[in-house]
Design a protein around this ligand. Structure first.
Ligand code: ADP
Ligand code: MG
Length: 347
């Protein structure tokens, strides 16, 4: 089969400056059709700017974005379902009324728009709010309405900017289900997040950006394996301190915890030495798991800070010495960039 031409979203070498701030510094990656794709980066990394450029809300200084081989600026508007970061409904308009109104913009009949909207409201457990004004709803429920507004016309591509922010666990679960359903219908879903716990569960592929540059990317499994390191999740009955581990060479607790601790093991060390050392000390091991590092750990390793920590760009090239530089990040930020080759390159 000749499949040289794969339908996908391709971002090629995007740059964008705001005054002296370099928001995007050569962003390239591609998203395969039908995949759930995680667009990762801390605050200020450049996620929202990138999405706005994809949607042609904002113009890049250079670089290009294509969908299906065509510049995205020329793609029909109905191609996209967009959940913007700054949410906004018509506050005084009824929930169902505004969904029908928005459907009309995509040439859906009133009847069809209402049918789809009611279906979604039902599924999101807010059918009772159909006649309420948007402003009467909680923030979480408003966010669900906005999600419905973005998907009502059943777009082939969803671009969701931090869709999980501000949702309680029940709503997070509902939204995840909705994602999987849209995927089941063949949609390509790109969502940005700085909440790494979403990623492993939902995404097939990711790209991680920092300071407007791609740090790493690819299928989640490959990214997790790419470090060549393994981690151990260990729980011992009545011992959360794990002080004895100090005597086991090449092993380090990276995340202590009441439930289990996460240990980093040097490549030369057989993870089973840890299990043996524990048993030799007469410990009762309730959990022992050898695994690839989590996306969150890899993020911290590559970027040099937690995804939730704020980054302030202070003009071109000044970031490393500027007030926004996180403690101990000097090595991390530099070390990561070498690993970014081949990121998200289309097959
Ligand atoms: N309209 C704008 N004017 C000036 N600076 C901007 C503007 N939009 C974004 N920036 C800056 O560009 C960088 C990237 O921002 P953004 O794309 O919003 O990041 P993210 O969505 O990953 O948090 C930040 O330093 C931000 O302050
Ligand atoms: Mg943003």
């Amino acid at each position: 089969m000749s499949s040289l031409f794969v339908v996908s979203l391709v971002l090629d070498n995007l740059t964008k400056h705001f005054g002296t701030v370099t928001a995007l510094d050569g962003i390239s990656f591609s998203v395969k059709p039908g995949e759930v794709f995680g667009f990762l980066g801390g605050n200020g990394a450049g996620k929202t700017t990138t999405m706005r450029i994809v949607l042609d809300i904002l113009r890049a200084d250079s670089g290009s974005v294509t969908w299906n081989g065509q510049p995205t600026a020329e793609a029909p508007r109905a191609t996209w379902g967009y959940l913007p970061e700054e949410r906004g409904l018509y506050p005084r308009m009824g929930v169902l009324d505004q969904l029908v109104f928005l459907g009309d913009l995509y040439k859906l009949s009133r009847k069809e728009a209402a049918r789809r909207a009611k279906d979604w409201l039902e599924r999101f457990q807010i059918a009772d709010y159909a006649k309420r004004r948007a402003e009467e709803l909680s923030k979480g429920n408003q966010q669900k309405i906005q999600f419905i507004a973005a998907v009502l016309h059943e777009p082939p591509v969803l671009l969701m900017d931090e869709p999980f922010v501000g949702l309680d666990p029940v709503n997070v679960a509902l939204l995840k289900e909705a994602f999987l359903e849209m995927k089941g219908r063949g949609a390509t879903i790109v969502f940005s997040t700085h909440q790494m716990e979403m990623v492993e569960e939902l995404c097939e592929s990711v790209v991680l950006i920092d300071r407007g540059k791609v740090v790493l990317g690819g299928p989640v499994r490959e990214v997790r394996r790419s470090t060549g390191r393994q981690v151990i999740r260990l729980a011992i009955d009545g011992d959360t301190e794990l002080a004895w581990l100090a005597d086991v060479p090449g092993v380090r607790v990276v995340r202590p915890g009441q439930d289990y601790a996460e240990l980093d093991v040097e490549q030369s060390v057989d993870p089973e030495t840890v299990l043996r050392a524990a048993l030799d000390r007469g410990k009762r091991v309730t959990q022992f798991l050898i695994d690839d590092p989590s996306i969150e750990e890899i993020f911290i390793e590559k970027v040099g800070r937690k995804p939730t920590e704020e980054l302030h760009l202070v003009g071109t090239g000044a970031a490393s010495g500027g007030p926004g530089a996180p403690a101990g990040s000097g090595a991390g930020a530099g070390a990561g960039t070498g690993a970014s080759t081949g990121t998200g390159a289309p097959a």
